[in-house]
Design a protein around this ligand. Sequence first.
Ligand SMILES: [Ca+2]
Length: 533
Amino acid sequence: MSEHGSPEDITRREALGRAVSIGTGAWALGALPFLARCAPALRRDRPNIVFIFSDDHAPHAISAYGSRINRTPNIDRIANEGAIFLNSFCTNSICAPSRAVVLTGKYSHVNGKVDNSATPFDAAQPTFNKYLRDAGYQTAMIGKWHLIADPEGFDFWQILPGQGDYYNPDFLTPEGPVRMEGYVTEIITRLTLDWLRSGRDPDRPFLLMCQHKAPHRNWMPGPAQLHLYEDVDIPEPETLFDDYRGRASPAAEQEMTVRSHLQPAYDLKITPEPGSADAVGFPGYDRMTPEQKAVWDAVYEPRNAEFRAAAPEGDDLVRWYYQRYIKDYLRCVAGVDESVGRVLDWLDQEGLAENTLVVYCSDQGFYLGEHGWFDKRWMYEESLRMPFLARWPARIRPGTRIPQMIQNIDYAPTFLDMADAPVPEDIQGASLLDLMEGETPAAWRESIYYHYYEYPEPHRVAPHYGVRTERYKLIYYYQTGEWELFDLVEDPSELHSIYDEPARAALVATLKAELRRLRSQYGDRTGTEFPEA
Ligand SMILES: [Ca+2]
């Protein structure tokens, strides 16, 4: 073999992006937490952790990630004053499963929460907050939980039931349900600041999970954001009118299009004239007080009157739906961004910022009209990506930009590592602490593994699993036995699968071997195994 390796090695390097062997990468994943445990205990004052989590907030709606449709100055502050992870991915792009992965540091097939509704989450299993509590941390969980079972391992919790409501939401507490008047993002912010001010022991480190409902469907903005984007057109994504050619059959067979699957009343708030004989509200609207409805109607009714007068059809209707959808989504995002700023400001004012890790992330990415879609689920980039930004002045240099591929299995071991708490052997992720501090571990993962399950409801997205390297993505739809392969450099929008091109045979073989290795490494025997050759 030459110093550059065999043709197979070269293909493998090309597939995996860098000249580090697969075996070394695999070793590092298991060994990093072990090394962290064995390192001399730097038991300086243990940091506080403020974990700000939103729902369905795609990185491409954050200006620090280069958004072309909005600005998020407060979330950007975390990147400017800390670190931004440029290649952050989920393992299963859907709400409750992502939350279970975050809590356990384990893939869906291991923690048991593979889909939103059919499988339960066993809240009795070990989660990172329980380990932190055992290590002396105070633990608080405020906002959207979405795991049905009551939270365990928190000293304080106030959670939304299920998806929760945007206006006047109910909260579940250990003492029973409470209805709170107001807008959900503002209420969660207030509860968060209340707990920081007076709910905790100032002499012990804390974990605070502040988890927003916004910007989840049905995208109801708060009173302070209702008027944003009034007289502007948000740029359309290039793939708003995707025809799904060049890919396997599932892309065309989903039910998540802006054109046909957004519900006019519920999703788009297009309702008949108030007071008319056929006037209807929509779920969420019916929870508002008369005063809140009056404010809402004063904003939406003129917009709806304009829609009724224009009566758009065909592609014009899609364009109109897109504008209504994306503006409401971005209004909800603006509310979350404002909340992030208030929490950062409070930590600054109280002198707590220096040794507090503030993380902003969301449970998965989302389609903002790309491929003609809303929602998530796919291994395609828009929903595979998660934002992950971290500020911790004591340890993270301002403006740190981190290209390595991370996943939500990594959060739990990171938080345990930071707290000098042992990282259990069965956690599948690796601590991000070295990366945050600007160090590149001797070997980091060269590929990520993904597996989506939920089918057929609610959006008929075919179950699939796959592998993504720095440059390539191989996806297997096991119900139909179809494959897709994308070159993310040549085809970043993933419009043309190159799986069937004869010249790609060696690359396909390499990626299949890597996919087989990942399924073995993570112990995933769910989903139909793909055939040899
Ligand atoms: Ca979600």
